[in-house]
Design a protein around this ligand. Structure first.
Ligand SMILES: [Cu+2]
Length: 671
């Protein structure tokens, strides 16, 4: 990666001249080191400081060419000069954008979190801000340290011995966010609580042997076990939960080879972090907290790149559990805010996660000492045949026109303790963008007494209970449909009242209602009315004279069941609605607030939207809550077959006709 001296991060190697950084490119390893060195030099950072993240401080929209060209492109007479600096082109102006890092670090002795903005261009700290009361997320090093101190604690070891476990090094310790469930004496501390699982043999599935009723409360700043709670022994379940190929007995056969061959390579081009495929242009990014980020997603139409999305990411991932018993009722996780899903990303070289002619992108992050490290092959790009794109058979002439659908897949996969999430953005030739999550991994277990059952979980193996739970993702969609000024409409279809306007009783029609203020834009799905949300650009018309738009089409979805006054509802208020719309503010990034760890709630969307700001014909952000309802099945054990949830963004008047008319037949010889 480019490594420059202070003040000139990308200019030391001639190799990088042709690949000059785009202002939205993630920081490289050299830039991470440089940013950390600058903040250490200019601010009183102690040797004990723990870095939560060192990433790109994204430039303002006005500094990126996409916005300039976007608003000119269709609404107000594009001029060629601004269009030349369209999506994806690091224009001359882009080189002048100062390169900045955003750093979050914790000083454990001060129990204080700091945010810093560092200019790599100027070689100095631009801003330095303590955030009193903020409890930073659990860093990977703290996760490992917490496991070590918990295993070494005499009270924990005594509890393990009461359960017949004499090898604490084979106990898996999971630090979980404690939310508001701290005791009075823990006020002001940065605390987690633990779930313990036992590996009888080192290669065993630990979730098959939940250590029931034994929990440590650990101060992460001091890295000490504050207290150990023992609710009483429930024997370890007998099963092994084995799922590896060499442990599950005879494997089925009968599958003949299925090869995806692309002898001329994939049809997409990757240049740095920019991707071009068919008419799509987009840039990729990656953060420790959100993982994969999409930037400046546009569609080439009539020689111009028309913006669709400014930025998209998974901004929170929240998992509430149903079991009300002591400690079990504490189980919930904010995987983005309490840990960070970027740092959980798999290296996809270690499996067979994508198929076909694949291009991977490595990502670089900072460890808690501020040292850069690489996750090789964290992002996967590939193409898939996805069945039929469109077809018509002219029966009279006995001829058919048929087109195959190909899609570009951009994905990454994370492992959050027991669970694995695979995230996919799909780009289609007809202008559709889809987002899908495949949920897999191992369900969270607790042990049962012989004969015991529970209405709050499913017995998935002898004396093994998998608790009912849900998964809620908040997908932040900073939209830019043909430019930054957009209006969101809720569109419901309904019957027309009986009477002269509907004499036969068949009439129905969509009713389109603009969401003008934030208070009107906190909505839930309504599948029986075919509800969707249309993001339109009032300043841009298609060839039919209609406002151009993209519609958000929900897939299956659910809402949480926690009571309105429950602590968890307060902390995850974003999950009480499927759609929120806010006016764009660069610092409004996370729906449960910047630091959800131990936060009592109310931050993020509920706080911002109290101002009830106007959201009409302006730069808006959609927050879509995507829920998966998980009543575990025995078939989910010992590793669950993927479950899928998602939504689509479809052009609705964005084009004048089917934009995939120009897709050529073939080229498959079988077609
Ligand atoms: Cu689940």
């Amino acid at each position: 990666m480019a490594q420059g001296g202070p003040g000139d991060p990308a200019a030391t190697s001639s190799d990088h001249v042709s690949l000059a950084r785009h202002p939205l490119d993630p920081l490289g390893a050299g830039e991470i080191s440089q940013a950390v060195a600058i903040v250490r030099r200019e601010r009183p950072v102690t040797p004990d400081a723990r870095f939560v993240s060192v990433g790109l401080h994204e430039p303002a929209k006005t500094q990126i060419a996409f916005a300039d060209s976007a608003d000119a492109s269709r609404a107000g007479g594009a001029d060629d000069a601004s269009q030349a600096a369209g999506a994806g082109e690091p224009a001359a102006a882009a080189a002048a954008v100062p390169r900045e890092a955003f750093i979050v670090l914790m000083e454990p002795q001060q129990h204080m979190l700091y945010e810093a903005v560092v200019s790599l261009t100027a070689g100095s700290v631009v801003s330095w801000r303590p955030v009193p009361g903020a409890r930073g997320p659990v860093t990977p090093d703290e996760y490992a340290e917490c496991e070590r101190v918990t295993r070494a604690d005499a009270r924990v070891q005594a509890g393990l011995e009461r359960r017949g476990i004499t090898l604490p090094q084979q106990v898996l310790v999971e630090p979980w966010g404690i939310g508001t469930f701290t005791a009075a004496q823990e006020a002001g501390r940065r605390v987690v609580w633990t779930l313990l699982f036992y590996r009888e043999k080192p290669e065993d599935n630990p979730y098959a042997k939940p250590v029931h009723g034994l929990h440590a409360i650990v101060d992460l700043d001091d890295m000490t076990v504050l207290r150990v709670e023992d609710l009483g022994v429930v024997p370890l379940p007998p099963g092994s939960g084995a799922y590896a190929a060499d442990r599950v007995g005879p494997l089925r056969d009968g599958l003949k080879p299925l090869e995806i061959l692309q002898p001329e390579g994939p049809s997409f081009e990757v240049s740095g972090w920019e991707v071009r495929w068919q008419r799509w242009r987009l840039r990729l990014g990656f953060t420790a907290r959100e993982g994969l980020v999409l930037h400046t997603v546009g569609y080439e139409d009539g020689g111009k790149v028309r913006p669709v999305i400014w930025r998209a990411s998974v901004a929170e991932l929240f998992i509430p559990y149903a079991d009300p018993r002591p400690f079990q009722g504490w189980r919930n996780a904010f995987d983005v805010g309490e840990y960070g899903i970027g740092i959980m990303a798999n290296s996809l070289e270690l499996g067979c996660d994508c198929l076909g002619d694949i291009r991977y992108l490595d990502v670089e992050l900072a460890d808690s000492g501020g040292e850069p490290y690489k996750i090789p092959q964290a992002i996967c790009l590939h193409e898939e045949d996805f069945g039929l794109l469109w077809k018509h058979f002219d029966a009279e002439r006995q001829t058919a026109q048929t087109r195959r659908r190909r899609r570009l897949v951009v994905s990454f996969i994370v492992t959050a303790g027991n669970y694995d999430y695979a995230f996919y953005w799909y780009f289609h030739q007809d202008g559709t963008i889809e987002f899908e999550v495949k949920l897999t991994g191992i369900v969270l277990t607790s042990a049962l007494e012989p004969g015991e059952t529970s209405e709050f979980g499913t017995v998935v193996a002898p004396r093994t209970l998998a608790a009912h739970h849900q998964h809620f993702l908040s997908v932040r969609l900073d939209m830019a449909v043909d430019g930054l000024r957009n209006t969101v409409y809720e569109v419901d279809s309904g019957a027309v009242p009986s009477g002269p306007g509907n004499p036969l009783g068949n009439a129905f029609r969509p009713v389109k209602r603009p969401l003008r203020r934030e208070s009107q834009a906190q909505r839930v799905i309504d599948p029986l009315r075919g509800r969707y949300w249309l993001v339109a650009n009032p300043g841009s018309r298609n060839g039919l004279g209609q406002e151009v738009g993209y519609k958000l089409v929900p897939g299956s979805n659910v809402l949480a069941f926690s009571h309105p006054d429950a602590p968890i509802t307060q902390r995850a208020a974003f999950a009480t609605r499927h759609l929120w719309v806010t006016p764009f503010q660069p610092d409004e990034r996370f729906p449960a607030g910047d630091y959800p760890n131990q936060h009592p709630g109310g931050a993020g969307l509920p706080a911002w939207t109290e101002a009830d700001r106007a959201i009409e014909d302006t730069d808006i952000v959609l927050w879509y809550t995507l829920g998966s309802h998980h009543i575990a099945r025995p078939e989910d054990w010992p590793v669950m077959p993927t479950e899928r949830i998602g939504f689509a963004l479809k052009p609705a008047g964005f084009f004048d006709h089917n934009p995939a008319l120009d897709v050529a037949p073939g080229p498959s010889p079988h077609c």
